[in-house]
Write a protein that binds this ligand. Structure first.
Ligand code: ATP
Length: 140
């Protein structure tokens, strides 16, 4: 693949780099919908949902990375993703995510009972992170 037909992908978090690769297709979910990035796509800046980033690795194969929100920026065939947390599917601890899901569900029930709107919102985001990790780890 020559430089014009390749995308370089970097995913970074406050803890450092989580994923680096070259590819011909990345699919990610922005807060306004799914976006597919191929080489020479127009420069793009978008907020990411709590979801998966899929990086094409040939044939039907994709690397999947869980991202807990953040931003993606594409220009000059480089896709940079800055996320508050991100894990490659093989690095996800499913039991930990399952425990986080149960904790979040309890918090949601309590927040609803006490009509605590702020706590409810925070717990719902925790639940989304946990469910996203469980869903991505079940694909590997
Ligand atoms: P928990 O309650 O289990 O800590 P969390 O959603 O609060 O989950 P985050 O604040 O999103 O966790 O992430 C904290 C750090 O832990 C990040 O570096 C993130 O990549 C990592 N992390 C969180 N959950 C998992 C998991 N299930 N498997 C692997 N790494 C995880």
């Amino acid at each position: 693949m020559d430089a014009k037909s390749v995308i370089t992908v970097n995913i970074v978090t406050p803890d450092g780099s989580v994923y680096d690769a070259t590819t011909d297709l990345v699919v990610c979910k922005t807060t306004v919908g799914e976006i597919g990035i191929m080489p020479n796509h127009i420069p793009t800046l978008a907020a990411l949902a709590i979801d998966r980033v899929r990086v094409h690795k040939g044939e039907e194969k994709f690397d999947e990375i869980a991202v807990s929100g953040g931003f993606m920026e594409f220009s000059d065939n480089t896709l940079s993703i800055v996320a508050s947390a991100a894990e490659k599917s093989e690095d996800i601890d499913t039991n930990r995510a399952q425990r986080a899901k149960e904790r979040a569900e309890k918090r949601i029930a309590q927040a609803k009972e006490s009509h605590n709107v702020d706590e409810l919102k925070r717990a719902e985001v925790s639940l989304r992170r946990a469910v996203n990790r469980i869903s991505i780890s079940s694909h590997r």
